[in-house]
Structures are given as C-alpha cells and as structure tokens.
Ligand binder design. Structure first.
Ligand SMILES: [Ca+2]
Length: 413
C-alpha cells in the first residue's frame, strides 16, 4: 500500500478476491436474473430486456479538488460501516462477517464484539450498518442473521463507550424472501433524532413481488423509527411518517427503492441522500429535501434510474435521480452512496456530495445548487478498490471503507 492512497488492483486481483467479486455480481443483479425463472412474470421479462442507450445525467469532469486517502492503522477485514460516538473520540467499525472493532486515536483495535456465528455473509448479506444514538447510550447494528433474516439490534454503551453486554437486544426484525440479494444496509440517525434504516427489495428478479412499490411491505424502503431498546414495543413510528397503518406500514418513510445500500443526511441542509443500486443497466443517486422526503417514491421497479423498467407507469410522481449513470464494460456496477462533505480538512470540497462505485474505482463529487439541483459532477481522481462505504465523523470528515484494502481517511491532497 502506498502512502498516497489505495492502489488500483489488476483485474486479476479483483477476480481472485472472492468476497469482493461475489458482492459485485450480486449487487449488480446479474446473478439473480438466472435464478427466478420458474414462472412468467412481467418483472422478470423486464429484467432481461436489453439496456439500449442509458444516458448519464451529465459527464463527470476531471478532478478539481486535490484529495488523497490516508490509511487507518489496524487490522480489519471487509469493513462495512463506521458509527462514530457523538461525544467521545471513538468509532465502532462493523465488518461484513459480524465483527465490531473500536476505532480510537486513528487506529482500529481488535474486535470487541463477534456476531459472526449467527451472521450470514452470502452475497449481499452480512453486518452492513451501524449507528450510535445521539445521546451516546446505544450502539445499533443492522445485519442479516444466519437464516438471512434482517435484524436491527442494539447494545447499551457505558459512559466510556465500552459495551456493557455481550448480547444485544432486538429492535426490529424483517423476514426476507429466499434470495441472498438486496438487503439494504443504510443505518443512520437523522437531524430529527429518529433512526433511519434502508432495506432492499428482497432480491427476487426485477422485484417480481412488487415490494418496493407496496407500502404494506418494509422491503425496498427507507424506514424511520423512534427506537427504545429493551422496552415493549422496542420502537415506535413517528406520527408524521406518511402511512397510518391502514394504507401502509407505519415504519415506512420513503419507497420505490431497489437496494438502497447507503443513505446519509447532509448535516448542512438536512437533505436525505440515497445510493440506490440498479439492476443491469443504470446506477442512481437520489436526494430529497427535508420537506419532501416523507412519502417520497423513487420509482423502482417502474424505473431503473430514468429508464422505464416495468409497466410504463408515468414517471411524474416519482422522484428522479439527481445523478444516474450506465453500467460500463469494465466500469460502474454498483453505486456506493456517500454523503455531503461538511468537514474542515478539505475546504474546496465543502458542500459537495461524495460517492463512489464498487467497480468503478474513482470517487465522484457532485456540486449541488439551490434546492437539490445538480450543478456539476467531477472526479476526485482517487481510486478506491472494492469501495463499500463512506462514513462521516462528528467533525464532518470522511472515511472510505474498502472490502479489500481496509479503511482510509479522506484528506487534502
Ligand atoms: Ca429510482
């Protein structure tokens, strides 16, 4: 590893990286296509349609801002998320296999929690999300258990940030279809103090069960809940959520998503950003302002990016992606949503949304104008192999998580 940042692996290196390749295949949806062919279904037919010409929202310009990736010390394998403590100078690093490490003084410590015995890691599964409550009293983890069921779990934290119990308490459980794909993974507290969890459509080809558009399903959604671990019930849903229980599940906040693997809030504006992994043709980044987020429908499975997918439904009611790009041979395959940079280390980057792609290794920065309009897109010229996450610390600085290379801080170049 050079000190200037992650080096780009050869195609051979990517091919022999078993877990990395598995995720690439499955996030892109290609593997699922061949599995669920037991019955005719419009979504399956749509799933096999050729892409045709898929437009990119706008070209990605050359690098304008000098950045580099500074390695974080310590031994960690396949990190998926970092949850930073709101008041202590520590973070909790989740790994795909189910380990949680402590991040302190710029280094990762040996695991303090091991959930690997009951965490499935097939394809999109694993320990995928982590968040610490704003009051610092609970660590929340999102994973798929040994059966593939989605679980949101909570661990009490001591005043010094240590875990006070070996076993967590369940907050939310969601059964999953018999597919190893599209389990979501975004977990974060919003500016309103509520906990947001993004779940994928469950992974059957083309969302053939229609989960993402069904407000009675938690799949293909961003959920918003008020957790109260250890109590009964362990969470409530804010009354301002869009559905009242009769017309849809109370937990549902936003819908029409395929695999919203990463979500984040802009701490400057409160905008909700989503990286929604596409099917075979297009990747997309979504953003919605706070006053338009509740009930926002991002279009899947009627649209993949801006491309009609199923049924030719009118697009007007759907929130279009702020940025969409086609799959490219040897290029982008699965968007990895990041967040808007609000730190101090890279002044030129302030206000820009930073995201990447699991396969296309250069980070991109989106410049956003009034509201949530796109002003420009430029490369950051920084290649991160097998990128799976971008985490923000309490100071607004960004960390890059790579399945194959570990953890890096994004710093001025
Ligand atoms: Ca969409």
């Amino acid at each position: 590893m050079s000190s200037s940042g992650p080096r780009k692996p050869s195609p051979r290196q990517l091919l022999i990286g078993g877990s990395a390749l598995a995720l690439a295949v499955l996030l892109a949806g290609a593997a699922a296509r061949a599995r669920d062919d037991d019955a005719p279904n419009p979504s399956v037919v749509a799933a096999t349609a050729p892409c045709g010409v898929v437009e990119q929202t706008r070209p990605i310009g050359p690098p304008e801002i000098a950045v580099r990736a500074e390695p974080v010390a310590g031994d960690v394998t396949a990190p998926t998320a970092i949850a930073f403590h709101p008041t202590l100078p520590i973070g909790y690093v989740a790994t795909r296999s189910g380990l949680v490490h402590r991040l302190e003084a710029g280094a990762v410590s040996p695991p303090l929690l091991d959930l690997s015995a009951d965490t499935s890691t097939q394809y999109d599964r694993g320990l995928l999300g982590a968040a610490v409550a704003p009051d610092g009293r609970w660590l929340y983890l999102y994973r798929t258990d040994g059966w593939g069921t989605s679980q949101l779990l909570a661990w009490p934290l001591a005043p010094d940030g240590s875990l006070t119990s070996e076993s967590g308490t369940r907050v939310l459980t969601q059964e999953q279809p018999p597919s190893t794909h599209h389990k979501g993974g975004g977990l974060t507290f919003g500016p309103d103090g509520m906990l947001y969890l993004s779940l994928g459509d469950g992974g059957r080809t083309g969302d053939r069960d229609g989960n993402a558009q069904d407000p009675h399903s938690l799949l293909g959604k961003v959920l918003r809940i008020d957790p109260q671990p250890g109590e009964a019930p362990p969470y409530t849903s804010p009354a301002s959520n869009p559905y009242d229980g009769d017309d849809g599940r109370r937990e549902v906040y936003a819908l029409g998503l395929r695999n919203p693997y990463r979500i984040a809030f802009d701490r400057g504006t409160g905008d909700l950003w989503i990286g929604d992994v596409g099917h075979n043709c297009a990747e997309e980044v979504d953003v919605v302002a706070p006053d338009a987020a509740a009930g926002a429908n991002f279009g899947w499975n009627h649209l993949e990016g801006t491309r009609p997918f199923l049924g030719g439904a009118p697009a007007a009611r759907y929130v279009p992606p702020v940025f969409s790009y086609p799959h490219r041979s040897g290029g982008g395959c699965a968007v990895v949503g990041g967040t808007v940079y609000r730190g101090e280390a890279i002044p030129a980057l302030v206000g820009r949304y930073v995201f990447g792609d699991f396969c296309d290794e250069a980070l991109t920065a989106l410049e956003i104008g009034p509201g949530t309009t796109l002003v420009g897109a430029s490369s950051l010229g920084l290649e991160v192999p097998a990128l799976v996450g971008i985490s923000e610390d309490p100071a607004g600085e960004l960390y890059l998580l790579s399945f194959s290379e570990g953890i890096f801080r994004l710093v001025a170049g």
